[in-house]
Design a binder for this molecule. Structure first.
Ligand code: COA
Length: 326
């Protein structure tokens, strides 16, 4: 049966590291608190003038060169992001232009931290239906531009970066086995960026009220995340007739080490089977899974025929999982 297969990966993070020690100088926090409560040691910050599409471009170029294909052969470009260069046009259009991917239709997806997996669901459906054959999917974020550097509840969490995958139609055993996406808009108040849209358009008042920064009720979000993710992964395994012991690697959204280890404990898998890089990157929202996936794939942690689970949880609220035979 026709499947969508990830034929290559790529990622890019900006060179500037922002350490917990530096954050101690900016807000009332400590390296100890951040490490214990989140597992984050440092995060990357985009340089001035380095925008989301620039991060996406670097990741995409790497994925294209590793696949040995040219951008002109792409049918579709999807960018999952909540921090696009501009409200209009889509960041995917900036990327298409820079890549000179003249044949590709390009659009963005907003599902916050679950965005990459919502994009994967879309790409999977396009390829399985036979509608398109070759898709570039990128998760890219410049969250530092929307982070309130005076709010210790959120500013210690986020980082910038991008990860990309190329998907193609394939006939064999390997490829995407399932992608499941979910939303519950009744929880929208837990995590949002209120300003800049039609509800609170840009204005001096909106700026004075700091509405253009990300707001999160962290503890409430944490509780829903833990509860939801445990069931999500178990459901994904059951759907494919798999057991926890079949998982070669779990690649979770990198929000909080405590959330990640709670999921691993519930599944009964050791942390040696979990990809964690949030200590280096922080939470990069839609970019976090493809960055972690790229690191896992290029460092030899994923081998051919391995069963990989991806899972994410984020603003919306949204949550999603994918099961892949590599
Ligand atoms: N440094 C020091 N203290 C801090 C702090 C910081 N950076 N941020 C918050 N605190 C304080 C709080 O003010 C609070 O103090 P109080 O008890 O005096 O009121 C205390 O630490 C506990 O805060 P709380 O929010 O309950 O902490 P927590 O254990 O829930 O951890 C998060 C906070 C944000 C790390 C955690 O809730 C989390 O990761 N949430 C989920 C994030 C997520 O998955 N989002 C969806 C995907 S993006």
């Amino acid at each position: 049966m026709l499947k969508a297969k990830i034929i290559s990966t790529g990622s890019y993070v900006p060179s500037r590291r922002l350490t917990n020690g530096e954050l101690e100088q900016m807000v009332d926090t400590s390296d100890k608190w951040i490490m214990e409560r989140t597992g984050i040691r440092e995060r990357r910050i985009a340089a001035e003038g380095e925008n989301t599409s620039d991060l996406a471009y670097e990741a995409a170029v790497l994925a294209l060169s590793r696949a040995g294909i040219s951008a002109s052969s792409l049918d579709i470009i999807i960018v999952a992001t909540i921090t696009g260069d501009m409200p209009i046009p889509a960041t995917a259009c900036f990327l298409q232009n820079r890549l000179n991917a003249t044949q590709a239709a390009a659009f963005d997806i907003n599902a916050a931290c679950s965005g990459f997996l919502f994009g994967l669901s879309t790409a999977n459906a396009y390829i399985k239906s036979g509608m398109y054959k070759r898709i570039l999917l990128v998760g890219a974020e410049a969250l530092s531009r929307f982070t309130d550097w005076e709010d210790r509840n959120t500013c210690v969490l986020f980082g910038d970066g991008a990860g990309a995958v190329i998907l193609e139609a394939a006939d064999g055993q390997s490829g995407i086995l399932s992608v499941d996406i979910h939303s519950d808009g009744s929880y929208w108040e837990l995590l949002n960026l209120p300003g800049g849209g039609s509800k609170y358009p840009p204005s001096e008042e909106a700026a004075a009220n700091r509405l253009h920064y990300i707001k999160m009720k962290g503890n409430e979000t944490f509780k829903v995340a833990v509860r939801t993710l445990e069931k999500l992964v178990i459901d994904a395994l059951e759907k494919n007739g798999l057991k926890s012991s079949d998982i070669a690697l779990l690649v979770p959204h990198q929000a909080n080490l405590r959330i990640i280890s709670a999921t691993a404990t519930r599944l009964g898998i050791g942390m040696d089977k979990v990809m964690v890089n949030l200590d280096k990157c922080g939470n990069t929202s839609a970019a976090s899974i493809p960055i972690a996936l790229d690191e896992a794939a290029t460092s030899g942690r994923i081998k051919e025929n391995d069963t990989i689970i991806l899972e994410a949880f984020g603003g919306g609220l949204t949550w999603a999982s994918a099961v892949i035979r590599w």
